[in-house]
Design a protein around this ligand. Structure first.
Ligand SMILES: [Fe+2]
Ligand SMILES: [Fe+2]
Length: 365
C-alpha cells in the first residue's frame, strides 16, 4: 500500500500534478489570510533617506539614472516584493526644482497624495496639474503623464497604484515611446488645456458638464481634488455623528457616477475629532493611510501603529482595526487608498464590525 502511494506521488510529480489531500491548499482557510502585515513607515525615519535620494540619484530622460525617483514601500510580510499589500503598490516620490521626469503611460492606475512642496506639477493628457500639500491627484490608466517642479523646494508625494492586482490579472502594459507622438527630443508633454481645466469642469459638485464628453464611467476625469475644498467639507460636516468605524469619512468620487475614482481603487479622507476613538471593524479590502494632520494611533489586530504627520501605514485585508485621535484639542486627518472597488465589483467585499457590547456583526450581510 505504502509502495503504491509512493509510486502514485512520484507519477503525479512527474506529470506536474499535486495530491489535493497532501498539498492542503491555502485557499481552504475559513477566512482570508493576507501575507501582508500591518506596518508603519515613520516620516521622521523615511524623510532623510528620501532627501538623500534627491542628492545622489539623477532623474530625467537621457543622462539620468532613474526615470522616476521614488522609494517603494515594501511590506515586511511580502518577502521583499515591491508591494505594500498583495493588491496595492505605494511609493514616496521626490522631484527636485527644475527636474523633468519624462512622460510615460501604463494600464495601471496611479493616484497621488501631495505631502510636501510648492511648485511641483504633473501634466496628464495635456493638462498641467499643479500640486500643493493635501491635493489629491488622479491619473487614470493609459494617460501620458510627466512631472516637473517650478518651485524652489522639493516636491514630495505618496503614489498608490494597483500594480500587484493588475499584474495578477495579466493586464500590465507600459509605454515609454512618448517621442512617437511628436518630436524625438521631447520628453514632456505640451500643455494643451487651461490651468485647473478638469477641476473647473468637474470640481463644483452636484452638476456635471454636458458639453464635453463622452462621460467616463470607469475613471474620474477630474484630475485634481484641491485640499482647501476637501478640508472645508470636513469642517462643514463636523457636527454629524459620522461612521462608527471611520468617523467623518468622505470618498473622492468620479463626478459622472458618484462612484470610486478608479475601477480598482478607492480614495478617502477622514476626520477624527479631538479625542475621538472609532469602533473596530474589518473588511476584505486592504487600506494604505497617509497622516495629513494630528497625532494618534491605529490598533490593527494586536499591533498599535502610532502615527503623526506624513507617516504612512498599511492595514491588510481582514485585520481588525480602529483609530484613535490622541489629541484633546486638535483634529486628526487621514488620507486613505484601498482596493475596495475591485472587491465590490467581484462580489468579494465583506465587512464585519464589533458592536458596543463587543459582539461581532456582519455589516455587508
Ligand atoms: Fe507612471
Ligand atoms: Fe476600515
Amino acid at each position: 500500500m505504502d509502495e503504491e502511494r509512493s509510486a502514485l506521488t512520484r507519477l503525479a510529480r512527474q506529470l506536474h500534478l499535486q495530491e489535493y489531500w497532501v498539498a492542503q491548499p491555502d485557499f481552504q482557510s475559513t477566512a482570508p489570510r493576507s501575507a501582508a502585515v500591518p506596518h508603519l513607515w515613520r516620516w521622521a525615519d523615511v524623510a532623510p533617506v528620501l532627501r538623500k535620494t534627491g542628492e545622489i540619484i539623477g532623474v530625467g530622460a537621457h543622462v539620468a539614472e532613474a526615470e522616476r525617483r521614488a522609494l517603494i514601500l515594501s511590506n515586511p510580510g511580502l518577502g521583499g516584493r515591491p508591494d505594500i499589500t498583495t493588491t496595492l503598490y505605494a511609493d514616496l516620490q521626490l522631484v527636485r526644482p527644475g527636474e523633468v521626469a519624462p512622460a510615460h503611460r501604463h494600464t495601471t492606475t496611479a493616484n497621488r497624495f501631495i505631502m510636501e512642496g510648492e511648485g511641483g506639477f504633473t501634466v496628464v493628457a495635456g493638462e498641467k496639474v499643479t500640486m500643493s500639500r493635501g491635493d489629491f491627484v488622479n491619473n487614470p490608466a493609459w494617460l501620458w503623464h510627466d512631472f516637473g517642479n517650478e518651485g524652489g523646494e522639493d516636491a514630495i508625494w505618496l503614489d498608490v497604484l494597483d500594480v500587484p492586482l493588475v499584474t495578477t490579472l495579466n493586464g500590465v502594459f507600459y509605454d515609454y515611446d512618448f517621442w512617437k507622438e511628436g518630436d524625438l527630443d521631447k520628453t514632456a508633454q505640451s500643455v494643451r488645456q487651461p490651468p485647473d481645466h478638469s477641476h473647473a469642469l468637474y470640481g463644483i459638485g452636484g452638476v456635471a458638464p454636458r458639453f464635453v464628453g463622452p462621460a467616463d464611467r470607469l475613471y474620474s476625469r477630474q484630475l485634481v481634488y484641491r485640499w482647501a475644498s476637501v478640508r472645508a467639507a470636513l469642517d462643514r460636516l463636523r457636527g454629524w455623528p459620522g461612521s462608527p468605524y471611520d468617523a467623518l469619512i468622505l470618498e473622492y468620487t468620479n463626478p459622472e457616477t458618484g462612484g470610486s475614482v478608479a475601477p480598482t481603487m478607492g480614495f478617502a479622507i477622514q476626520l477624527l475629532r479631538p479625542g475621538e476613538q472609532t469602533r473596530a471593524h474589518r473588511h476584505t479590502a486592504s487600506t494604505v493611510y497617509c497622516v495629513v494632520e494630528g497625532q494618534g494611533y491605529t490598533q490593527v489586530d494586536r499591533q498599535r501603529l502610532e502615527w503623526s504627520g506624513n507617516d504612512v501605514f498599511v492595514v491588510p485585508g481582514w485585520a481588525w482595526h480602529h483609530h484613535v485621535n490622541l489629541r484633546r484639542s486638535a483634529d486628526a486627518v487621514l488620507f486613505s487608498a484601498s482596493d475596495a472597488p475591485a472587491l465590490e465589483k467581484l462580489g468579494l467585499y465583506r465587512e464585519e464590525a464589533r458592536t458596543e457590547t463587543g459582539d461581532i456583526v456582519s455589516v455587508t450581510g
